[in-house]
Design a protein around this ligand. Structure first.
Ligand code: FMN
Length: 262
């Protein structure tokens, strides 16, 4: 496959997807391909360059991905045969994203060349110990490197599993709708612990959705547009943001916070 330039759009909540994207970037660059990285949360899909190969990378969430990642994909402009590949990272099982996303980009005139799902440490619910996570990361990065090599050699595919993936996609749409409901947002609202928080403001800077504002007495306050990527929870230097659904309050981070700060 003849690839000169890749524009790689990614979102990563806690670092796993960023690690995969960086590994793929290094691998492409070793083969002489120019790679530009763009954060999905800071990018306007209308401005993509249809002359370049497009890459998209994101975490699996709710058997699907975050609503704002879907919004980015669904807002991509119509093109005439631009090559596109995707990669997601996940803790266990997705099922409902690869096929439906393929249909969306195909309808927009893209040529879906490859899709890959890469297991990385789970960053929510039951977070495993550091050694287990490190092993998973090493395994995941080997897969990421192989995937990039296979893309260059034209050995990848972006398939669709009919019925199963469509069914799971429908399920995930239900879940994604639910997280947009105010009552749900209020129930799971992140409430920084004022005894621990020192008002450093990192969480405001980290939130990809600008959903955290400076509130009463300078303490951070979460709004009702959270998509639960867990970045604020995971990278709070004082562990001051408890998440109801994290077992024993454990948090996960695949990289250092500075990777996400501007
Ligand atoms: C809110 C939320 C929902 C998730 N849902 C799933 C899921 O449905 N299936 C799965 O395999 N992993 C799921 N995960 C785990 C992440 O996909 C996985 O840990 C991923 O590598 C995190 O990537 P990141 O560090 O780039 O954010 C979920 C994580 C979060 C925070």
């Amino acid at each position: 496959m003849n690839i000169d330039n890749i524009d790689f759009y990614y979102f990563s909540g806690t670092g796993n997807t960023l690690l995969v994207v960086k590994k793929m970037k290094d691998t492409f660059e070793e083969e002489g391909i120019n790679v530009n990285l763009f954060k999905i949360e800071d990018s306007n899909p209308a401005n993509i360059n249809p002359e370049h190969t497009i890459g998209v990378a994101f975490p699996v969430a709710y058997l699907s991905t975050y609503p704002f990642v879907w919004k980015f994909i669904k807002s991509l402009p119509q093109v005439n045969g631009t090559d596109i590949f995707m990669v997601d990272t996940l803790g266990g099982f997705s099922g409902g994203i690869v096929g439906p996303m393929r249909e969306i980009v195909k309808k927009k005139g893209y040529n879906p060349i490859g899709a890959k799902e890469i297991q990385m440490p789970i960053n929510v619910f039951y977070i495993q110990d550091r050694r287990t996570n490190e092993k998973k990361i090493q395994k995941g990065l080997i897969e990421a490197e192989k995937y990039a090599v296979d893309i260059i050699n034209g050995k990848v595919k972006w398939d669709r599993v009919p019925v199963l993936s469509d069914g799971i996609y429908l399920l995930s749409i239900g879940a994604l709708k639910l997280i947009g409901v105010d009552l749900h947002q209020k129930f799971f609202l992140f409430n920084p612990d004022r005894k621990k928080c020192n008002k450093c403001g990192i969480c405001l800077e980290l939130c990809p959705l600008e959903n955290i504002k400076e509130g009463e007495n300078g303490y951070p306050e979460h709004g009702l547009h959270c998509e639960y990527c867990l970045r604020c929870v995971s990278f709070c230097p004082r562990r001051a943001i408890p998440a109801k659904f994290n077992y024993k309050g454990k948090t996960y981070r695949g990289v250092k916070a500075k990777e996400f700060l501007k």
